[in-house]
Design a protein around this ligand. Sequence first.
Ligand code: SF4
Length: 195
Amino acid sequence: MKTKLLESLKKECLDCQRCELGKTRTNVVFSDGNPKSAKAILIGEAPGDNEDKTGIPFVGRAGKLLNEFLEKAGISRERDLYIINTVKCRPPKNRVPADSEKKSCEDYLLKQIDIVNPSVIIFCGATALKSFYDKKIAISKIRGEILEIEIGGKIRKCIPIFHPSYLLRQHSIKEGSPRDLMLKDLQKIKTLIDG
Ligand code: SF4
């Protein structure tokens, strides 16, 4: 049932021209992971060049780094996660998607959340966090916290984490470094989804 609903939503997205991003995309980047029984939805920012070429989210350098962190935390990308972005088409020159573009795409995202119905939503990076939470708060101040947020009429457990593209520029693995915190946050998520 879930798969059918998502397939029909995907068909709608493939023809979508609701915002300007539809004009310049190569592929609509709909989702990756497990649509049937994912315990968590991970929401990233927007497709980049590799994602636009393949139609799959998180497949470039940042995606590979995310995979490494997931593996270290014992989270299976294929089994435990359903992965989406705040917008499904690549913003030119990898700019941050505009609020109006996110708004145009929000209906698809909310429907995906409603259909998959995860136990936890992961905001991967500031853009995803700010789409649902206080725009002024820095992700570094709130990452790893479990937030209760109304999304699509339902209170959902949400956790912000760093975006892997930020971690590509942070190499330290010392206690308290962004990479160390990312691993700890994902380990916390692992405990939540296993519980
Ligand atoms: S980003 Fe979303 S709303 Fe904009 S054209 Fe692509 S699918 Fe449609």
